[in-house]
Design a protein around this ligand. Structure first.
Ligand SMILES: C[S@@+](CC[C@H](N)C(=O)[O-])C[C@H]1O[C@@H](n2cnc3c(N)ncnc32)[C@H](O)[C@@H]1O
Length: 249
């Protein structure tokens, strides 16, 4: 049975059992329906889901080396594997990351794509609990990483227009910030390149923004991860076209 339907029926069933136990009529049932609706909206994507292999058949069977660090604002392990598989599967040569944080993903992508140049942006130091880019400072990958310390929502992206094979959006998570970063991401990705967002399934404001973008672009939720992704230059499916995700570039 579809996971969402079984979740819904489970919540409603629990509500009815509460009604029976309390010998009340309808209250538990209605709470069950409300809880199922809330869980659905907060937990489940409203865009199609596709596996990394569906999206990029070339990623199948690749050996990936994952250098993961748990904690803080780092990407989760499963999503790190998926974005590594995407970057490696498309053989990305130019990558832009919104939100460096300590640089775990930056270094991971640089290491998985040995021909790639990577640009990563984070706010100038403000006495935060971390040093932006500390995970790649002094490593052999650092030579291929350009670190920008600036506000991504106001930064001038014109030098990067239409040039990136892969753009990873993972900076500010408030709606206005994700919206601004996403618009910039869509400007700097090359036609046929990929935009990937973190936290689609975990941050309501990120999801809201991506669901809006999905009205015009064929964004998919990457199965088993928090990520959403699209191939630039493809269209959302309309009544008279068969646009959509085209798979490998
Ligand atoms: C979730 S963390 C990034 C995690 C990182 N991409 C990773 O995969 O490990 C978000 C980062 O975005 C940065 N950030 C938030 N708002 C920003 C803005 N307006 N401009 C640039 N960076 C921003 C934060 O300082 C933080 O380091």
């Amino acid at each position: 049975m579809d996971t969402r339907l079984s979740y819904f029926l489970g919540e409603v069933g629990r509500g009815i059992r509460r009604d029976v136990r309390r010998e009340s009529v309808g209250d538990g049932f209605l709470k069950g329906v409300a809880m199922a609706g809330y869980r659905h909206v907060t937990r489940y994507p409203t865009i199609p889901t596709a596996s990394v292999v569906d999206l990029i058949p070339a990623s199948l069977g690749r050996d990936l080396t994952i250098r993961y660090q748990y904690g803080g604002w780092n990407i989760d392990a499963t999503s790190l594997v998926a974005i590594t598989a995407i970057a490696s599967g498309i053989d990305a040569r130019s990558i832009f990351e919104f939100g460096t944080y300590t640089g775990v993903t930056t270094r991971q992508l640089a290491s998985a794509c040995p021909s790639a140049s990577i640009v990563t942006i984070d706010l100038p130091p403000t006495g935060e609990h971390f040093h932006a880019g500390s995970a790649f400072a002094g490593t052999e990958e650092a030579a291929r990483i350009t670190q920008i310390l600036a506000d991504s929502t106001t930064f001038d992206f014109s030098p990067y227009q239409g040039s990136m094979d892969l753009v990873f959006v993972d900076a500010g998570h408030d709606y206005e910030l994700v919206r601004a970063d996403s618009e910039h991401a869509l400007e700097i990705v090359r036609p046929g390149g990929w935009v990937v967002w973190d936290d689609y399934t975990t941050w309501p404001e990120v999801r809201k923004c991506i669901n809006e973008i999905a009205r015009e672009h064929p964004v998919v939720h990457v199965e088993g991860t928090r990520l959403a992704a699209l191939v630039a230059g493809t269209r959302s499916q309309g009544p008279d076209d068969d646009g959509g995700v085209t798979g490998s570039t």
